[in-house]
Design a protein around this ligand. Structure first.
Ligand code: NAD
Length: 474
């Protein structure tokens, strides 16, 4: 049991003013994994004050020093990789092997890449008689969700610190433990006091106090669209900068000339990764209508072979969902889709056999789904795939664009130029052609209700900078 009793404020581990705690539950067996404190107004004020006091000196710290500290912190995280993977696997439910590769290793890559981008970034440009400086936006509040808890936190904290901003972080209450390891990694790298502060707590309480705070300059948020839009509205009262990384309902568009077995296998693996608790999951499989039967025959064994079980068991391909609330929500979506007459290919809302403890949901596929149906429009955030038939390319593109979201997409074709032309017609921030790999330097973020602002690489760094233009006389 990990009992975290202190918050990280102004470079020190501080006992909070209240005894309130959040219980962190093991998704696989519902046991108590740990507790973290709830930061109240006193801690919020203290952390923002510490971040404000540290800002001037940190912004003036040479780029080479900031980059070096980030690299040290990345090394510190790397050294604790197996512990991080284990903790997040228990919190979130991702199978351990996958957790090692994604939950623990990816944040190290991202933090290292931030240091590289920082060293090469042009902080000063001359435009005619103006010298334009890129200066830090100031005190940044990072609010993050539970599904990739360390990756999402590092995706904000590393570029913010690289830019010369100072940070107060508020991780998700379902999976906050790796945030404490991040604080320890930054502390051990000797980041100056106040540059990074960690407040665990609840969204409506702790995070909301930060969003309202007069002395915060920017909110960098990842989470649901409903919370994100509320935060943006609240932050508008004090003209804070806001970036929002929100939900998705991403299409995988398989063109008639594609390699079907490869396209379907990759889409299924992507959709069910982390039990579907992935914002850019490919949850809508768009295929030519006259090949629906062939597609169903290929998809069925792939999903039937997904062994559901404890995330620590090496045979497990699919773990539980993060919480009872999330499990019930996903099962309800499945139940209502069945009641609405949607064709179920495999899975369903019934509890899986032999797993009486843990937040498990059967991997579920609906087929021949009406693109306007609730299950094909709303973000389920669970192991659910919708197969949708299209008649021609025009209809396929219309369906791909036909939800309120626009975070990611995939396009499959034997002809890369054709796939590229189709990809450019899709309104989404990240589009992969023929299973191209994730690029930690490419801008990540959404169109439409998937939010605004970008993370990762140069675009991610720029979000934390403000142009300051000085005109010089001849
Ligand atoms: P959530 O919106 O409930 O919570 C996200 C964070 O916001 C948490 O830290 C939470 O404590 C805080 N919060 C909740 N209510 C708040 C309030 N009233 N004021 C201020 N803060 C508040 O989301 P979640 O359930 O943790 O995560 C799942 C969602 O996140 C999904 O919709 C998913 O698509 C989205 N997501 C998006 C991305 C992306 O990069 N676009 C990445 C991961 C997850």
């Amino acid at each position: 049991m990990r009992k975290m009793e202190q918050l990280f404020i102004g470079g020190k581990w501080v006992k909070p003013s209240s005894g309130d705690v959040i219980e962190v539950i093991d998704a696989g067996d519902e046991s108590l994994l740990g507790t973290v404190p709830v930061a109240k107004k006193a801690e919020v004020d203290k952390a923002v004050r510490a971040a404000r006091q540290a800002l001037g000196k940190w912004a003036d710290t040479p780029v080479a020093v900031r980059a070096e500290l980030l690299e040290k912190a990345a090394n510190n995280l790397k050294a604790r990789g197996s512990e991080i993977a284990e903790v997040i696997s228990r919190e979130v439910g991702m199978p351990l092997k996958m957790s090692q590769r994604i939950q623990a290793a990816l944040p190290v890559i991202v933090m290292d890449s931030c240091a590289k981008v920082l060293r090469e970034f042009p902080f000063e440009v001359q435009i005619a008689n103006s010298r334009v400086f890129r200066v830090p936006k100031g005190v940044v509040v990072a609010i993050t969700p539970w599904n990739y808890p360390l990756h999402q936190l590092v995706g904000k904290v590393a570029p913010a610190l690289a830019a010369g901003c100072t940070v107060v972080a508020k991780p998700a209450s379902e999976a906050p433990l790796s945030a404490f390891m991040l604080a320890e990694a930054l502390e051990a790298a000797w980041f100056p006091p106040g540059v990074f502060n960690l407040l665990s707590g609840n969204g409506p309480e702790t995070a909301n106090l930060l969003v309202q705070h007069d002395d915060v300059d920017m909110i960098s948020f990842t989470g649901s669209t409903s919370t994100g839009t509320k935060i943006a509205a609240t932050a508008a009262a004090t003209a804070k900068r806001v970036t929002l990384e929100l939900g998705g309902k991403s299409p995988s568009l398989v063109l008639d000339d594609a390699d079907f077995p490869k396209a379907l296998r990759t889409t299924v693996n992507n959709c069910f990764l982390n039990s579907g608790q992935t914002c850019n999951a490919l949850t809508r499989l768009l295929v030519p209508r006259n090949r629906l039967t062939e597609v169903e025959e290929l998809v069925l064994p792939l999903v039937a072979g997904m062994t559901l079980g404890d995330p620590g068991d090496p045979n497990t391909k699919l773990g539980p969902l993060v919480s009872a609330r999330q499990r019930d929500r996903v099962r309800q979506y499945i139940k209502e889709a069945i009641q609405a007459g949607t064709r179920l290919l495999i899975g369903g809302d019934a509890p899986p056999e032999g797993l009486s403890r843990g937040f498990y949901v059967r991997p579920t596929v609906f087929t021949d789904v009406d693109p306007g149906a609730v299950i094909a429009q709303e973000e389920v955030f669970g192991p659910v795939l919708c197969i949708i038939g299209y008649r021609d390319l025009e209809e396929a593109v219309a369906i791909a664009n036909g939800t309120p979201y626009g975070l990611a997409a995939a396009v499959w074709s034997a002809d890369t130029d054709r796939a590229l032309q189709v990809a450019r017609r899709i309104r989404a921030g990240q589009i992969d052609i023929n299973g191209a790999p994730f690029n930690a330097l490419a801008p990540f973020g959404g169109f439409k209700h998937s939010g605004y602002g970008r993370e990762l690489g140069v675009f991610g760094l720029e979000e934390f900078l403000e142009p300051l233009s000085i005109q010089l006389s001849a």
